[in-house]
Design a protein around this ligand. Structure first.
Ligand code: ADE
Ligand code: ZN
Length: 355
């Protein structure tokens, strides 16, 4: 826990998380438990897989996004049954409740499971059960975002998009949005134009990872070609001042992931994440944990790390929290509940934290 006087204030803020891969909340402990339960043999030739402790130590040494993704895809091989997916998501929602999250829009990677012979409906059944429990047990509302893996052949992505079970989940509202993730640099957004056009026609929400490791042109391409409504990461936006001004003017939200950026060597330290630049330019953003079990912290850890690096004021935190609520893909009634709670928390904490 951070020692800042702001810690309890940050915990109590009604936070929204918009960038969290459910498969990235698989802790080494759960990974080893599920490997045993499901008789999955983990790689014998990599000493990192000797124990949960050695694996966690390896997570401190990621050299790039691809180095992390290697472990991420091996990790998810232990997920087999709907109850494995439910347990995984419940582990995330318990952390979310402790951290004071009100609403979470979470990613999942169906192709990574379908490729291993696990059906889309098995994955969806488990995650949907966890979402219902999270709302009942913790009052956390959530939405699912179906991601396409950009390192896989485009025709494979298109056929998953068109799959009857996937289409049914879009039409019945159990999945409200699509995203684009995995290895970024060799796979420009334009490759996925057909899927995004189809999603727009269905009235789905649309986001894409862009400008994490890839260039700022991937951000403009995601906006112009894919017609996304949100950009995931987007930190390389600072390399294009005109684009930054446009994104500020249009009110397009970025889902920024500070600890992830450090762990994947996109920046050297949290101080280098362009939080100050975005605040000063009026760029809307939320703060997120990305793959919390791999990057050393859940959402509140990211808030605390940002506070330590930038020493933000109550007013600045309030505007970040408000942007997250207003930029969420939930009903206006739910937003109003969170905005009311935000006002209460700010009223309570302002006298204590203002010097
Ligand atoms: N999949 C899981 N985490 C990711 C990240 N940070 N970037 C791209 N793809 C991912
Ligand atoms: Zn991500």
């Amino acid at each position: 826990m951070c020692k800042s006087a702001f810690h309890s204030f940050l915990q109590e803020l009604p936070k929204c998380e918009h960038h969290m891969h459910l498969e990235g909340s698989l802790s080494p402990e759960v990974l080893f438990t599920l490997a045993k339960r499901n008789n999955i043999t983990l790689p014998q030739d990599d000493p990192a897989f000797q124990s949960a402790e050695t694996l966690l130590a390896r997570y401190d040494q990621f050299t790039s996004l691809d180095d992390f993704l290697h472990y991420y895809y091996i990790g998810m091989s232990v997920l087999i049954s709907a109850s494995d997916f439910e347990d995984l998501a419940m582990d995330y929602f318990r952390h979310a409740a402790t951290d004071g999250i009100s609403h979470a829009e979470v990613f999942f990677d169906p192709q990574a499971h379908i490729e291993r012979g696990i059906s889309y409906n098995t994955v969806l059944t488990g995650f949907s059960a966890a979402r219902a429990r999270a709302e009942k047990e913790f009052g956390i509302t959530s939405e699912l975002i179906c991601c396409f893996l950009r390192h896989l052949p485009v025709p494979n992505c298109v056929s998953i998009f068109k799959d009857a079970d996937v289409q049914a989940s879009f039409k019945n509202g159990s999945v409200i949005a699509i995203g684009l993730d995995s290895s970024e640099k060799p796979f420009p957004p334009a490759l996925f134009e057909e899927i995004y056009a189809g999603a727009k026609e269905l009235g789905l929400r649309r986001t894409a990872h862009a400008g994490e490791e890839g260039p700022s042109t991937f951000i403009s391409d995601a906006l112009d070609i894919l017609k996304v409504e949100r950009i995931d990461h987007g930190i390389r936006l600072i390399e294009d001042e005109a684009l930054l001004q446009k994104i500020a003017k249009d009110g397009t939200m970025l889902s920024v992931c500070p600890l992830s950026n450090v762990l994947l060597r996109c920046v050297k330290e949290v101080k280098e994440v362009p939080i100050r630049k975005f605040l000063d330019a009026g760029v809307k953003f939320s703060i997120n944990s990305d793959d919390p079990a791999y990057f050393g912290g859940y959402l509140l850890d990211n808030y605390c790390a940002v506070h330590e690096a930038f020493n933000l004021s109550v007013a600045e935190w309030t505007s970040i929290c408000r942007a997250g609520i207003e930029g969420s893909w939930c009903s206006q009634a739910r937003k109003d509940e969170m905005l009311t709670r935000l006002d209460e928390v700010v009223r309570l904490w302002t006298p204590k934290l203002s010097v």
